[in-house]
Design a binder for this molecule. Structure first.
Ligand code: SAH
Length: 199
């Protein structure tokens, strides 16, 4: 499959023009190892490093859609891996302050290198399973690795009317904070890299 075919496939799923445009602009091949570049536009996850994968484009689009991104927001991605999703977020949400936290040093370094012109993006090495307290609150939090249950601390780091999108086991949850109430939606049937949580 080539890029245009992938975009057509995502278009058929009904994703917004903004999301499709970001997939068009950002080069997925820049974020994956040399030997997998020929598969860059397959609608499949691909290995990056130490068991991490760059998620399937459909899954990424699905999560970005649930994030309901707007311009001028403060956004956190936990498990930023290759940096591909950070680059997409930066394309969809203009003038935003975007943070990525990733535990694998090699991925932090390579993603920083690729995103060096992304002035709005900061990547931090560390354990993001409890969020990133020092930069909270966030308007949007995306978790790109799957936890066993919803971590409470993440909800606390959401700003008023914030949205958290995260995989728990094989479901994607969209959790909205509205007047400090939780509005939760579940979408089943996805596969993710596990979120590593310290005991
Ligand atoms: N969005 C990434 C997807 C990477 S896969 C991309 O576009 O490439 C999920 C990532 O979560 C992996 O890189 C893994 O190392 C990372 N991860 C898992 N547990 C983590 C934790 N507790 N803190 C930070 N990163 C974590």
């Amino acid at each position: 499959m080539n890029k245009q075919q992938l975009i057509q496939e995502l278009k058929k799923e009904g994703f917004s023009d903004k999301i499709l445009k970001a997939f068009e602009t950002i080069k997925r091949e820049d974020f994956i190892p040399e030997k997998f570049k020929e598969y860059a536009y397959e609608n499949e996850p691909l290995p990056i490093e130490e068991g991490a994968t760059i998620s399937q484009p459909y899954t990424i689009a699905f999560m970005l859609n649930l994030l309901e991104l707007k311009d001028n927001q403060k956004i956190l991605e936990i498990g930023s891996g290759s940096g591909y999703v950070l680059a997409l977020i930066n394309e969809i949400s203009k003038n935003s302050e975007i943070y990525g936290i990733e535990r694998i040093k090699g991925l932090v370094e390579s993603s920083k290198k690729i995103l060096k012109d992304g002035k709005n993006i900061q990547i931090i090495q560390g354990d993001g399973s409890k969020g990133l307290k020092e930069k909270a609150p966030f308007d949007r939090i995306l978790v790109s690795a799957s936890a066993d249950k919803i971590p409470e601390s993440l909800f606390e780091q959401l700003s008023k009317n914030g949205i958290l999108v995260l995989p728990v086991q094989n479901s994607i949850f969209q959790i909205k904070k509205i007047n400090n109430q939780i509005i939760e939606k579940e979408f089943r049937g996805f596969v993710f890299v596990p979120l590593i949580e310290k005991e």
